[in-house]
Design a protein around this ligand. Structure first.
Ligand SMILES: Cc1cc2nc3c(=O)[nH]c(=O)nc-3n(C[C@H](O)[C@H](O)[C@H](O)COP(=O)(O)OP(=O)(O)OC[C@H]3O[C@@H](n4cnc5c(N)ncnc54)[C@H](O)[C@@H]3O)c2cc1C
Length: 461
């Protein structure tokens, strides 16, 4: 933003929008967040974020970014009951046809409910007097032309409301995966971004429970049965605040988990091990079963050249939306906000729209590579970016060796979890110790049944 730019507008007041507004308040006199919904008073569901009825994990890389933006917020989440789970020791994890060893934690994730996270972030961000929120107000278009965006067209929600222009020097689109910015850009004579899409047809069915009972003597705090190209059905069970648990069943195209009671339980029984079904049988349901059916990967290449206006940026899922099974979207929203802050604070370079946008795309790249890379391998996946590139082949060969060693090799497993948590770069796989294990160590034995107890810290590598 130039020094003369004093008003910034953020479209959408979910996680990406609020964190962007928090950064922009230090670079503009005022920031307005335009949010279609009216916010609930506390940690409650709202219609603009239908995904908040489903499990949300906050990965280590995202938690670190959140803490950098809003110091102490992860602690606040924990104080409000958001569980912190060690990976892999707290989880029964089955992936790629194998159970993982429960070696001491290499990384932690927060598993509190999405409404709790949103409420605490919202409360903190909107306490700043430089940030105003227009609730119950919808953005219907952009003002300006193909060279510069000069504001947004807004309308209070409800029948017969007038549309007006809200002038702004900078507009940030944080309206999520269904962003209508491509149409809005066309309407002012600009080019929408090229969209890369990969759709594996993922479907979720989720239900919250009162705590059930682990099998006798078992100490796990969650179950993760991963879905992938060869195993099109998965399950996830995690604790959330308030002595509740969230159970999520997932399936790719043709394996959609049902939303009726009997079908839900039958689906859980069809997973490769009965442990999740047995837990569900002993637990009391607290909610109906909710479905989510739109979960493709979509990356809008606003960083690529095109006739696009200055003063328009996209962040969060409006920029890059992921298959949610990898649990990355909130973390990327936080990482994008850190990248926005760093790009705007950088005194050595003028923060042009293009330069800032490129920084946001760059910070989302690792998460995209993980999610898109895995989903390309799902039979029947569709979309413009579904075909693997020749350059991916050697990387895929190496990654296969990594994955074979993750369940039983602690060096490789810990690196895999750090990278997957967005807390270490992908290059960590090529550190000498890890590369040696990947290239020369035999594929180690992994547990033949769910390891009901964690390993002690000095158990063998
Ligand atoms: C089923 C599911 C499970 C997920 N699980 C995880 C997980 O485990 N971990 C994780 O990190 N991420 C997860 N995600 C992703 C995560 O929910 C998002 O990445 C996160 O919400 C950040 O997205 P966002 O703020 O960019 O957009 P969203 O959260 O989608 O919010 C967009 C906001 O924009 C508002 N809006 C939209 N259009 C307009 C308009 N025209 N005018 C005004 N306001 C508008 C909406 O009301 C909404 O508030 C999951 C997603 C789904 C779908």
């Amino acid at each position: 933003m130039s020094s003369a730019s004093r008003h910034a507008v953020v479209i959408g007041g979910s996680l990406a929008g609020l964190l962007a507004a928090h950064v922009l308040k230090d670079h503009a006199d005022t920031v307005t967040v335009v949010e279609r919904d009216r916010y609930p008073d506390g940690p409650e569901h709202r219609p603009g974020t239908p995904q908040d009825r489903h499990a949300h994990i906050f990965l280590k890389g995202g938690v670190q970014a959140l803490d950098a933006l809003l110091p102490g917020l992860p602690d606040e989440l924990r104080e409000h009951g958001s569980p912190s789970l060690g990976m892999p020791d707290d989880l029964l994890q089955w992936q790629g046809g194998q159970w993982f060893r429960r070696t001491p934690a290499a990384t932690h994730m927060l598993t509190g409910s999405r409404p709790l996270t949103d409420w605490l972030v919202r409360r903190r961000v909107l306490a700043d007097p430089r940030i105003t929120v227009l609730e119950g107000t919808e953005v219907t278009g952009l003002a300006g032309d193909a060279t510069r965006v000069r504001g947004v067209r807004i309308r209070p929600r409800g029948a017969g409301q007038e549309t007006r222009t809200l002038a702004a020097d900078l507009v940030v689109d944080a309206s999520g995966r269904s962003s209508r910015a491509p149409d809005w850009l066309r309407a002012i004579g600009a080019e929408p971004a090229h969209e890369e899409t990969i759709d594996a047809g993922l479907a979720y069915s989720t239900r919250f429970y009162r705590a059930g009972a682990n099998p006798d003597g078992a100490t796990f705090r969650g179950i993760y049965m991963a879905i992938d190209g060869e195993h099109p059905r998965g399950g996830l069970l995690l604790p959330v605040e308030g002595d509740r648990w969230v159970a999520l069943l997932s399936g790719f195209k043709g394996n959609e988990p049902p939303t009726d009671e009997a079908g839900y339980l039958d689906f859980a029984a069809s997973l490769p091990d009965p442990v999740m079904r047995e837990w569900l049988d002993k637990a009391d349901p607290l909610t109906p079963i909710h479905a989510y059916r739109r979960a493709s990967n979509v990356r809008r290449r606003y960083d690529r050249p095109g006739r696009r206006p200055a003063g328009f940026l996209a962040t969060g899922e409006a920029l890059c939306a992921f298959n949610p099974v990898y649990g990355q979207g909130m973390s990327v929203a936080a990482l994008c906000a850190v990248a926005l802050r760093d790009a705007l604070d950088d005194r050595r370079r003028t923060p042009t729209t293009r330069r800032v946008q490129r920084a946001l795309v760059a910070v989302a790249r690792q998460a995209w590579d993980i999610s898109a890379g895995a989903d390309r391998a799902v039979p029947g996946a569709t979309g413009s970016a579904v075909r693997p590139r020749a350059v991916d082949r050697p990387a895929a060969w190496y990654l296969r060796r990594v994955i074979e060693r993750v369940p039983g090799n602690r060096v490789v497993g810990d690196t895999f979890r750090q990278v997957g948590s967005l807390a270490a770069p992908t290059t960590a796989f090529f550190a000498p110790r890890v590369a040696r294990a990947v290239l020369f160590d035999p594929v180690p034995a992994s547990p033949s049944s769910p390891p009901l107890l964690p390993e002690t810290p000095d158990a063998g590598h």
